[in-house]
Design a protein around this ligand. Structure first.
Ligand code: IMP
Ligand code: MG
Length: 200
């Protein structure tokens, strides 16, 4: 198999952790119906699995943001391309993210959404790459701590590829991937281990 990347979090491990996070949410929001918000597109795979592990009368909604290029990289200020469909005033809101890196985008989103006066607002992220964090952020639910390496799979992309990988891979050779963005496509052919035994 390619040496451009190695498995960091196998799909089977992600599945177990997502189940635990769903139980945590169900316990913490018992008797309430939170709105789970995903920021397109990286968080959708995690959201799709998480909601099926969370036995609550929850609702989902989506936002899409676009950066202003380098200005956004230092400020985190983004343009809302697609806003929420519902008013979150008085609601319990959980922002579901794939990875919090610098945290600049999330920090900006949190301040924007707080202006709408939700009852509560918390963050649930699959990966927390705290080494690169800029603004201090309180992340209520974290799947895994993520080393300071570029990752793909389970929603996370490199130039829109690899979101459909069941595992999360750490890229060992960014140069090779930049030269050939398809360098990891052979990973897509693998029989996912979690499917073993299914279907007889
Ligand atoms: P930040 O926290 O504002 O720096 O931006 C985080 C966003 O950048 C995430 O929601 C991802 O969409 C993207 N991102 C950060 N690190 C990675 C990575 O290692 N792989 C793929 N996307 C990433
Ligand atoms: Mg994202």
């Amino acid at each position: 198999m390619s040496e451009v990347a190695t498995v960091l979090f196998p799909g089977s491990l992600i599945g177990r952790r997502v189940r635990e996070l769903g139980r945590d949410l169900a316990r913490d929001y018992e008797g309430r119906s939170p709105v789970l918000i995903s920021v397109l597109k990286g968080g959708v795979v995690f959201l799709a699995d998480l909601i099926r592990e969370t036995p609550l009368p929850l609702r989902v909604d989506f936002m899409s943001v676009s950066t202003y290029g380098e200005a956004s990289e230092v400020s985190g200020v983004v343009r809302i391309v697609k806003d929420l469909d519902q008013d979150i005033g008085g609601e319990d809101v959980v922002i579901v993210e794939d990875i919090i890196d610098t945290g600049l985008t999330l920090s900006y989103l949190l301040s924007t959404l707080r202006e709408r006066q939700p009852r509560s607002i918390e963050v649930c992220t699959l990966l927390d790459r705290s080494a690169r964090r800029i603004p201090p952020l309180e992340l209520r639910y974290v799947g895994f701590d993520c080393p300071d390496r570029f990752v793909v799979g389970y929603g996370l992309d490199f130039r829109e590829r690899y979101r459909n990988l069941p595992d999360i891979l750490a890229v060992d050779d960014m140069g090779a991937l930049a030269d050939d963005p398809d360098a990891l496509v052979s990973w897509l052919d693998q029989e996912p281990p979690r499917m073993a035994g299914v279907g007889g």
